[in-house]
Design a protein around this ligand. Sequence first.
Ligand code: UT7
Length: 332
Amino acid sequence: MTKITAAITAVGAYVPDFIMTNKMLEELVDTNDEWITSRTGIKERRILKKEGEGTSYLAIKAAEDLLRKGNIDPKEIDLVLVGTATPDTLVASTAAYVASQIGATNAFAFDLLAACSSFLFGMSTASGFIASGKYKKVLLIGADKMSSIVDYTDRTTCIIFGDGAGAVLFEPNTEGLGLQDEYLRSDGLGRNFLSMNAGGSVMPATEETVKNRQHYIFQEGKTVFKFAVSNMADAAAKIMERNQLTDTDVSWLVPHQANKRIIDATANRMGLDNDKVMMNIQKYGNTTSATLPLLLHDYEQQLKKGDNLVFAAFGGGFTWGSIYLKWAYNSK
Ligand code: UT7
């Protein structure tokens, strides 16, 4: 019997129009363009300013871009997954709303919450549903409105994050293309260093939690940085080693965009030159679940059928890992 693998067959993306530059942040907190650029690589980020709109707005736009570009009938989609750290609301599934709004009326849908690794873990989930032979079209979206949980008086976090969304379609492949291998990990002790402390079941919202600004993202940057550098690089190196990939075999590193220094360290460990490293952190900052599909969207024209892509991510939880995927098409 021919083996079924899960290949990416279409890509879409959306970022809001409003650009928040480093200069604008200088007006809000005690920081400067030089510090932000040299410590993170970020020059600007996008912010969703539309009143009453949340993460689903970004996700729907990205999905619609994919459907239009790929000329895909939404009724053929079997499953819609939304990877996010900022769902529209708690309890009601954001993915269900997105599926309905894009006309995926024959799909089931659910959210996948794994912070910055949501999209990476979503790739594994989507791939599993396809490889089982049960489903033919799985739409995976990574979307986050980080500005909804960022404290714009905290200079250690507000400079990093931005809003955005990206989407990919997974379909069965019998040529051996698509997802090849994955190395995924988590460590729950990490929640002491990167989290949003209030608003969940441990600490429901009270006047006190609002007053104490506990509904904003909190990060102990230095600690997270240390774990991110070692774990992201280790995971990517492991994936290369066990698939006997040398630096020349790897066409592209697709790294989570949290900090340019973390990306450089990962590429360095893999022995890759800069021209094989996808990077757009300078214009979007850290969009959490959206970084990986936004990279695929920005680099799609340069990708060729058979290219070896190594994805790597690290995020809250902690969660991290790496995925090896063979690209399945040449762009028109
Ligand atoms: O995507 C999810 C996972 N997240 C990450 O991977 C993020 C990991 N962490 C980081 O990227 C970095 O730790 C940050 C970018 C958040 C911070 O960079 P850093 O080089 O680790 O800075 P630091 O926290 O060690 O702070 C160095 C100095 C401190 O001043 P002192 O104590 O040396 O006087 C900070 O108070 O820089 C100061 N500082 C700032 N200065 C200007 C912190 N934030 C700022 C700022 N502007 N925005």
